[in-house]
Design a protein around this ligand. Structure first.
Ligand SMILES: Nc1ncnc2c1ncn2[C@@H]1O[C@H](COP(=O)(O)OP(=O)(O)OP(=O)(O)O)[C@@H](O)[C@H]1O
Ligand SMILES: [Mg+2]
Length: 254
């Protein structure tokens, strides 16, 4: 072969090495749990890890990862008393848009999609915590997602007293003086759900635990551990899933 041929072969090898690994039909992994349990921290950590393995991965969060989602988030935060149904419909509209803009194309291209909150957040918040009809929310979830169910859902579980203190400017927020009130007080006065009574957050937690019971889609991880331990537990579970879906174990080293 001429040197030209050699160059072509080298280029081909490089291209092959740079080509990100995909899975036919893609794969959806979601992070769920109450406020401050570490969803965004761990979702980003997993994204970086999979990316470092050379896997084609995208990360998005609900409801913010689309223009409509950002509008919905802003509107919901500044509204005092939306009905559970209108709130649900707005989240579902943002979800349908995210499906259209990002999730479906990414899965169609064989990517791993990591979502920071998805369908189960609506059931936990607008259903279990706000009292919306759960069957109706499930139906709306199905419509918004055309029935897409995550392959794996990581539930980061912690007592809301601990997780809310993490996202508060006042670590002793739930001390004896205001424990009964359970209201979050910080500079971000517009963060409505975080300001809801502690009782609300306990209902969110119970809702998640109920949903995840006896369902193999869920992986429940205690969120009151050091971040690196949580990350290790998540990675162990995700590795298994990837190998089951045809990713070579050698790719997933360290
Ligand atoms: N395992 C951990 N131990 C202690 N602090 C943590 C841990 N994981 C995350 N944090 C801290 O807790 C805070 C909340 O974390 P993060 O934003 O990831 O939670 P979240 O579940 O995404 O919250 P939100 O529901 O508000 O989006 C951050 O300040 C983060 O650095
Ligand atoms: Mg977050």
């Amino acid at each position: 072969m001429t040197s030209k041929g050699q160059t072509t072969m080298n280029f081909g090898a490089t291209e092959n090495r740079l080509k990100k690994r995909t899975i036919k039909g893609g794969l959806l992994i979601t992070f769920e749990g109450g406020e401050g349990v570490g969803k965004s921290t761990q979702a980003e950590r997993l994204f970086r890890k999979l990316d470092s393995y050379g896997i084609d991965v995208v990360l998005a969060h609900e409801p913010g990862s689309s223009d409509l989602g950002n509008h919905v988030r802003r509107w919901i935060k500044r509204t005092n008393s939306p009905s559970p149904l209108s709130e649900t419909l707005l989240f579902e509209a943002a979800r349908a848009q995210l499906m259209f803009e990002l999730i479906q194309p990414a899965l169609g291209n064989g990517k791993i999609v990591i979502l920071d909150r998805f369908i189960d957040s609506t059931i936990a918040y607008q259903g279990y915590a706000r009292g919306g009809d759960i069957k109706t929310i499930q139906r709306l979830n199905t419509i918004a997602t055309t029935g897409l169910i995550p392959k794996l859902t990581i539930l980061l579980d912690a007592d809301p007293e601990l997780s809310l203190a993490r996202v508060s400017n006042k670590p002793n927020l739930f001390d004896a003086a205001n424990k009964n009130q359970g209201i979050r007080v910080d500079n971000e006065s517009e963060r409505r759900f975080e300001q809801a009574p502690l009782k609300f957050h306990k209902k969110v937690r119970e809702g998640y635990l109920k949903m995840s019971k006896n369902d193999r889609r869920w992986c429940i991880i205690r969120a009151d551990q050091a971040g690196h331990r949580i990350a290790d537990a998540i990675l162990k579970r995700v590795r298994r899933l990837l190998i089951k879906n045809g990713i070579a174990p050698e790719l997933l080293q360290s």
